[in-house]
Design a protein around this ligand. Structure first.
Ligand SMILES: *Cc1c(COP(=O)(O)O)cnc(C)c1O
Length: 467
């Protein structure tokens, strides 16, 4: 599929944000010398830089959303009762209405739900199939005794390959596992939509439907990673036959109907700063989830969230499925990506939902993967411009559980993640120019050496030195 320019696709004005700004937060840029000191102090890991040392913060879209006036008003309506807060019931109703799951277990964020689901649905030694891994998701699956198996289509592992639904599951890979090990060897399919690690790439409705049919035949459950399922719905509406006239809300509901439940990081799609949930259709599993939520998160009517957080979230869900909002959201991501493409800067294609991913291996062809090109690129971009991004390559991939060897992912990416409703088009221009300036001097840059490596999720806290 050919990516059209924003102008061709939407017309420049048609992705304009359907809101105006009511409150502002000052940002400023510290000097290059100060950034050099900050970067060294942070061990060349952008997760360890203080937010005040950052100019434009594209580390993540997680919990960095700007809330609406309605959500701020909702904060004042928090019912901070320990048990049975009215805000929980608002949240439960919103999830039932928009995602369609019968039962809701609230959690403090996505990984809280992943922990509970992994513990109740995986038996030691079972496979968990996923359309590419996600860091926290795979770790919880492994800690629960599962063996993660990647079943995404091959195209997803090639950053330059164009495919309208690069997040799709390769059904033949699932069938092969069933044929070789039997259906009972598979705990469940973990279906992510969109696929973060592949570049925010969507899954088609057809693929979800066919996966559902296959799994039904063998009695295998599907659990959705619904973190960016609304962004996924936008791509279905745009690219898949028969969906152009359906609303995002209709598409989301149908998509979720092909799954047995979902884990949710509400810090992404749902326009909140904190929160998550586990949605389930099976009563027995729900009861097990309720049993564990009180161990790890909090009572089953708050799960680690304050009443006001749950109110914010229930309002955020409704705002997230509005078509004009999502058009502006993805329009802004594309605007940045297309500026970079116009300048010949290598990025993952097609441009995904929540971020523009720089292809660090192509950006720094002289830096081998063992010297962390994507980590280097994130560090250099901060140094040169004050723009914060994050590594999504060999550092994020971590080590194999069985052998302790490094994974060597074929994608070595640096993610410019766009917070929702936070930055303007002028900020995107500055980011693009910053990347361009760095690209122009790219052959002068040297890689990194890891000098501290934590055991779990090393990308968060690892430290590096310049070679
Ligand atoms: C962020 C994220 C998670 C984990 O959620 P947290 O709220 O950060 O714990 C899971 N899956 C995907 C795809 C994510 O992007």
């Amino acid at each position: 599929m050919k990516t059209k320019t924003i102008g061709q696709q939407l017309g420049r004005s048609s992705w304009a944000e359907p809101w105006k700004i009511k409150m502002v937060e000052p940002i400023h840029m510290i000097s290059r010398n100060e950034r050099a000191v900050a970067l060294e102090k942070a061990g060349y890991n952008t997760f360890l830089i203080r937010s005040e040392e950052v100019y434009i913060d594209l580390l993540t879209d997680s919990g960095t959303n700007a809330m609406s006036d309605r959500q701020w008003a909702g904060m004042m309506m928090g019912d901070e009762a320990y048990a049975g807060s009215r805000n929980f019931y608002h949240l439960e109703e919103a999830i039932q209405e928009y995602y369609g799951y019968k039962y809701v277990v609230p959690t403090h964020q996505g990984r809280g739900a992943e922990n509970i689901l992994s513990k109740i649905a995986i038996k030691t030694g079972q496979f968990v199939c996923g359309n590419m891994y996600f860091t926290t998701t795979r770790l919880h699956q492994e800690l629960a005794g599962g063996i993660f198996t990647d079943v995404i289509i091959d195209e997803a592992h090639d950053a330059q390959k164009e495919h309208p639904f690069k997040g799709n599951v390769d059904l033949r890979k699932v069938q092969k596992l069933i044929d070789e090990h039997g259906a009972a060897s598979i705990a469940y399919i973990c279906l992510a939509a969109t696929v973060n690690m592949a570049g925010g790439q969507p899954v088609s409705m057809q693929n979800a439907r066919e996966l559902h049919a296959l799994c039904k035949k063998y009695d295998i459950r599907i659990f959705l990673d619904a973190t960016r399922a609304v962004e996924n719905a936008f791509f279905i509406q745009e690219r898949e036959e028969g969906y152009a006239d359906k609303t995002l809300a209709q598409i989301l509901k149908e998509f979720c109907s092909y799954s047995d439940g979902a884990t949710m990081s509400a810090k992404k799609d749902s326009l909140a700063n904190i929160g998550g949930w586990l949605g389930l259709n099976d009563r027995g599993l729900y009861e097990e989830g309720c049993n564990l939520v009180v161990v790890y998160e909090g009572l089953q009517t708050y799960g680690g969230m304050a009443g006001r957080d749950m109110e914010v979230l229930s309002i955020g869900i409704k705002e997230s499925v509005q078509d004009d909002y999502m058009r502006s959201r993805i329009g802004q991501v594309r605007y940045l990506g297309e500026l970079l493409m116009d300048w010949g800067i290598p990025i993952t294609r097609p441009i995904g939902g929540h971020a523009v991913f720089l292809d660090a291996q192509k950006f720094y062809p002289h830096i081998p993967q063992e010297q962390f090109p994507a980590q280097t690129l994130a560090a250099d971009l901060y140094l040169e411009s004050g723009v914060r991004s994050m590594e999504r390559g060999i550092v994020s991939a971590g080590r194999k559980k069985e052998t302790g060897e490094n994974y060597h992912p074929s994608l070595e990416l640096t993610r410019l993640t766009i917070p929702r409703r936070v930055y303007t088009q002028a900020h995107m221009d500055i980011v693009a120019e910053s990347v361009k300036n760095l690209y122009d001097v790219r052959d002068q840059k040297k890689g990194l050496k890891m000098i501290f490596e934590p055991k779990y999720l090393r990308f968060f806290q690892a430290r590096f030195e310049r070679l």
